[in-house]
Design a protein around this ligand. Structure first.
Ligand SMILES: *Cc1c(COP(=O)(O)O)cnc(C)c1O
Length: 414
C-alpha cells in the first residue's frame, strides 16, 4: 500500500476560482443573451502582447538551438550568468542595492519558488501569514505539514494570521512583544489582492523584528514594477538589515507580461542565516543552491534570453509602456468606483483595486450583484482569507476599452 500525503486532505479544495467559474457558467447558461456582455476583471493574469524585444530575443535563441555549433543543452540550474548579471545590475545595483549575481536563482515562476522555499526550512517554525493574501503561502504550508486542520472559518491551526485591514493600511503590523515571536514571515508588497504597498517605516519595523527574533522574511515583490511612489521601497533590500533576514521573490510575469512564458527569480543573500535545533547559525544560500541543483534543471535558455532582453533599452521602454497601460486602467477603475459611491483602496502602486462592498454586503453577495446586474466578474475578497470579507478585488489587467466599459457600468448600472 502506498500511503498518501494526508496533509493534502486538509486543504480547502481550490475553492475560489472554481466557485467563480461555477457561478459565471450558471449565469451565462440561464442568460445566454448576457454572455457577450460579460467582462472578466477577476483573474490576476496579464492581457497585453509580449514585448517585441523579448519575442525577438526568443526567436534568435531558438535559431541558436537550431544550429549544432551554437546548440545548448542543460544550462546552469541557478540560471545563466547573462540573466543573473542583468538582473543584479539593472534591478539592484543600479539602485544602489547590494545584491550580487550569484545570490540570484532563476526559475520558472515565483509561485513555485514561494512554495518550494519551504524545502530549506525545518518543521515547527511559527508562521506569520497576512490575511487576505495570495493563497499559495497558506496552501504550501498545509501541504508541507506545517499546520493542523482548518477550523470552521477556514483558518488553519499553526498559522498566525496577520490581518490586513483599513486601520493598518492593509499591510500587517509586527506582533506585540507579548506574543510568541514568529520565525517565518510572509510579506507581499505590492499586495495581491489589496493593492497596498508597504511603506519604508513598516518594512523597517518588520526587518527589525525579524533580526531581533532570528526570523526570516519571505518577501514577495511580484508587483514591484507597478510601484509609482518613489517613497515606497521596490525591494526589501532597500531596508537596512534586510540582507540578514530576508529572501526576496521576483517574477517577470507581471513585470514583462511573462505569465505564459514563465520566468522568475529568488534572491537569497549569502549573509542570511538560519538556525539548527542545537543553535548553530548557518547560511541558507547553500541550501537553496543545493535544492535547485537537485530538484530543478534550470529555466529554458530561450525564456532566459527573452527575460534578459527586457533589460535592453527597447525592452525597458516596452515594459514601461505595459505597466503604464495597466496603471492607466487602474486609474479609470478607481475613479469609476469613487463616482459610484464605493470606497476603494489600492490601484496606485498595484494593478488591483480593493473595494469595500456597499451596504455591508458579503463578498460573495456583491460578486453576484456585479455578475447579474453589471455582467462584470470580480473576485470576492473572502476568497483570499477571512479578513477579505466585505471587500472585492477588481483587476486592472484588461484592455482599455473593457475597463472604460466597466467604469461606465459602475457609474450607470450599479
Ligand atoms: C502573479 C503572482 C506571482 C507570480 O507568479 P509566477 O509563478 O511567477 O507567474 C507571485 N506572487 C504573487 C502574489 C502573484 O500575484
Amino acid at each position: 500500500m502506498a500511503y498518501l500525503n494526508e496533509n493534502y486532505l486538509k486543504l480547502k479544495a481550490g475553492y475560489l476560482f472554481p466557485e467563480i467559474g461555477r457561478r459565471v457558467a450558471a449565469f451565462t447558461s440561464a442568460h445566454p443573451e448576457a454572455a457577450s456582455r460579460l467582462i472578466r476583471c477577476g483573474i490576476g493574469d496579464v492581457t497585453e502582447a509580449l514585448p517585441a524585444a523579448a519575442r525577438d530575443a526568443m526567436h534568435a535563441a531558438i535559431d541558436e538551438l537550431g544550429d549544432r555549433t551554437t546548440f545548448k543543452g542543460y544550462g546552469p540550474e541557478q540560471g545563466y550568468d547573462f540573466l543573473r548579471v542583468a538582473i543584479a545590475e539593472n534591478m539592484f545595483q543600479a539602485r544602489g542595492l547590494d545584491v550580487a549575481a550569484d545570490e540570484i536563482f532563476v526559475s520558472d515562476g515565483s509561485k513555485c519558488d514561494t512554495g518550494n522555499i519551504l524545502d530549506i526550512f525545518g518543521q515547527g517554525n511559527r508562521l506569520g501569514i497576512p490575511d487576505p493574501v495570495y493563497p499559495v503561502y497558506v496552501d504550501t504550508n498545509v501541504m508541507a505539514g506545517n499546520t493542523g486542520d482548518a477550523d470552521s472559518t477556514g483558518a488553519y491551526e499553526g498559522i498566525h494570521y496577520l490581518p490586513c485591514t483599513e486601520a493598518n493600511g492593509f499591510m500587517p503590523d509586527v506582533p506585540s512583544s507579548e506574543e510568541a515571536p514568529l520565525d517565518l514571515i510572509y510579506l507581499c508588497s505590492p499586495n495581491n489582492p489589496t493593492g497596498a504597498a508597504a511603506t519604508r517605516e513598516k518594512l523597517q519595523a518588520w526587518v527589525d523584528y525579524a533580526r531581533q527574533h532570528g526570523a526570516v522574511i519571505l518577501f514577495d515583490a511580484a508587483y514591484e514594477a507597478f510601484i509609482t511612489d518613489p517613497a515606497i521601497p521596490k525591494s526589501i533590500y532597500e531596508i537596512p538589515g534586510a540582507r540578514e533576514c530576508a529572501i526576496e521573490f521576483r517574477s517577470f510575469s507581471k513585470h514583462g507580461g511573462f505569465t505564459g512564458v514563465r520566468c522568475a527569480f529568488t534572491v537569497v543573500p549569502k549573509t542570511l542565516l538560519g538556525s539548527t535545533r542545537d543553535g548553530r547559525k548557518m547560511p541558507l544560500h547553500p541550501l537553496w543552491s543545493r535544492r535547485m541543483t537537485t530538484k530543478f534543471n534550470g529555466a529554458s535558455y530561450i525564456v532566459q534570453k527573452g527575460a534578459a532582453a527586457l533589460f535592453s533599452e527597447a525592452g525597458k521602454s516596452e515594459v514601461n509602456a505595459l505597466i503604464a497601460h495597466y496603471l492607466g486602467n487602474a486609474a479609470v477603475l478607481r475613479e469609476a468606483a469613487q463616482d459610484a459611491g464605493l470606497t476603494s483602496f489600492g490601484g496606485v502602486n498595484a494593478p488591483y483595486i480593493w473595494v469595500k462592498t456597499p451596504n455591508n454586503l458579503g463578498s460573495w453577495e456583491f460578486f453576484d450583484v456585479m455578475l447579474h446586474k453589471l455582467n462584470v466578474v470580480v473576485t470576492p475578497g473572502a476568497g483570499f482569507g477571512a479578513a477579505g470579507e466585505g471587500f472585492f478585488r477588481i483587476s486592472a489587467f484588461n484592455s482599455r476599452a473593457n475597463v472604460i466599459e466597466v467604469g461606465r457600468r459602475l457609474r450607470e448600472e450599479l
